[in-house]
Design a protein around this ligand. Structure first.
Ligand code: FE
Ligand code: CA
Length: 521
């Protein structure tokens, strides 16, 4: 009963409700929240942990979801439930900076998203949630610094592609020990399908199509202890790729060309929002969800986080009666169509404007997939149409807008391909004599299996602007940024088949201020 004493008003409310429930129901429907009963859960409700994300200088998003039975719809029922939240300057919550009450509602899977305002720039905080008699684990987060104050350095990690069945999330255990200020996640947070070799665990349900199925899939991924700990340790920036919905989907077209794809997309986007620390303004409306957003780390870095799935043109030259990707040569003339878009016209302009207006020292374009041209094949170059190689005119427009913007130190981050690439980005990849426009680091995967070594070797050989390629290692990027330079460590885990696997740094790369292109450290 100790917790009852901490909230004495609730006992009184319970008494009042018992006395006047009938009257209240008829005269004051719906029941005011203050009169709602103290919830009782069938089990511990914070099974999916806590998370924070999308930080700005005076605030951050806090997230949790009540789910005592996470793999079976959550287990809370239809009731709306009051969730108290607190964010404090100290781990003991003696110095609380902000607190409040949020409503966890059934139509949002009892997830809560708090856009906390009024915090101090560039400092660490602790946060927690309470519902009924239960308290969540304590999370740690931080606000972005303001320009010139606390923005001397930034350490962030880059992750993507965490197929649950193919491995344990040991990479997050090592990332936790690396203590990044920020985690940038670049897509394939869940996988809709079961694939790959040598599974260490299994999806609990078949491929999702409807909202409840996607919710259960997210819940299973989020039940992983290493993933939960990394969410609780630092704020995340997030964008999705294809597997949050369907392999290789493009805009309104799925891989298997099923009708009503947008209904599936709506369900998937909604479940995605419900499970990540995204700003409340991103709440999807039907199949539409505005995910691309700009984040600043003082004057040191600007992150333009892109969405290259929702607005893109359909992939060109698909296989017969299929959507999705193909691998094509020169016979696919449509690949060069200047009308093709990856971001959509609105997002292209938004990015160009944002880069032009940026005063940041480092301009990080965080997006889904490998941007460098990466044709492979023995004789004729073959291109994979789901990546930027399927949209070369759109890539050129993006790189032209980077050039035109004069944005300082543009760096592109990518994921998706389950292999690490370090590359120079040029307007014309066929002309190595032209200037390097931006530096690219494409991370590998947390667990998802990579391409075969022969293919990766071909890509490296055919493309002189690619300095490094490795498809055999899983892991993440660890990036240390100061005004003078950006150092990128390629962190590679020994194996994803064991919980206690070790980590190594495969290589380190340096980008110096004012000089596009990476150099081996
Ligand atoms: Fe992936
Ligand atoms: Ca992908």
């Amino acid at each position: 009963m100790a917790k009852e004493r901490a909230f004495p008003a609730l006992s009184r409310r319970r008494f009042l409700r018992a006395s006047f429930a009938l009257a209240a129901a008829s005269f004051f429907a719906p029941l005011p929240l203050a009169a709602r009963p103290r919830p009782k859960f069938s089990g511990y409700p914070f099974t999916l942990g806590v998370a924070s994300g999308s930080p700005w200088d005076t605030g951050v998003v806090l997230w949790t979801r009540l789910a005592p039975d996470p793999l079976n719809g959550g287990g809370v029922g239809k009731e709306a439930i009051e969730v108290q939240w607190e964010i404090a300057r100290d781990a003991g919550f003696r110095s609380v900076a902000r607190k409040g009450v949020a409503i966890a509602a059934a139509d949002r899977a009892h997830a809560v998203h708090i856009d906390v305002e009024g915090l101090e720039p560039g400092r660490g905080y602790f946060y927690r949630f309470m519902a009924g008699d239960e308290a969540s684990p304590v999370g740690r987060t931080r606000t972005a610094p303001s320009p010139g104050k606390g923005d001397e350095r930034l350490r962030f990690a880059v992750a993507s592609c965490q197929q649950y069945e193919q491995g344990w999330y040991g990479a997050y255990r090592h990332m936790l020990a690396d203590e990044p200020d920020l985690v940038v996640f670049l897509g394939d947070y869940i996988y809709e399908s079961s694939w790959g070799r040598d599974h260490v665990r299994k999806h609990a349900s078949p491929e999702p199509y409807a909202l409840d199925d996607y919710r259960n899939r997210y819940a299973q991924y989020k039940s992983d202890e290493d993933l939960k700990r990394m969410h609780a340790a630092a704020p995340w920036l997030y964008t999705w790729d294809d597997h949050e919905v369907d392999n290789d989907y493009a805009n309104d077209r799925g891989e298997d060309l099923l009708p009503n794809f947008l209904e599936r997309r709506a369900a998937a986007y909604r479940a995605c929002f419900e499970h990540l620390p995204l700003r409340r303004a991103m709440l999807p409306a039907g199949p539409d969800m505005r995910l691309h957003e700009r984040y600043k780390w003082g004057g040191l870095a600007q992150f333009d986080v892109l969405d290259d799935r929702q607005y893109r043109s359909h992939q060109v030259c698909p296989k017969a009666n299929r959507g999705g990707s193909n691998t094509v040569g020169a016979s696919c003339a449509a690949r060069l169509d200047p009308a093709l878009t990856m971001l959509g016209a609105g997002q292209e302009k938004w990015l160009a404007d944002g880069l032009a207006a940026s005063g940041a020292r480092w301009n990080v374009i965080a997006q889904q997939t490998l941007m460098a041209q990466a044709g492979r094949g023995k004789d004729e170059a073959l291109y994979w149409t789901d990546g930027w190689d399927g949209y070369p005119a759109a890539r050129r427009r993006l790189l032209e807008s980077v050039t035109a913007s004069n944005a300082r130190n543009p760096v592109v981050l990518g994921g998706d391909v389950h292999a690490t690439f370090v590359a120079d980005l040029r307007l014309d990849f066929e002309r190595p004599d032209t200037p390097v426009v931006a530096t690219e680091f494409c991370g590998t995967s947390i667990t998802s299996q990579g391409p075969d070594a022969k293919r990766v070797a071909q890509m490296l050989e055919r493309n002189p602007h690619i300095h490094f390629a490795n498809g055999s290692k899983r892991g993440y990027l660890l990036m240390d940024v100061t005004a003078q330079r950006m150092e990128t460590k390629l962190r590679a885990i020994e194996t994803v088949k064991r919980h206690d696997a070790g980590i190594e740094t495969l290589a380190s790369w340096i980008v110096e201020d004012g000089k596009a292109g990476a150099k081996a450290a």
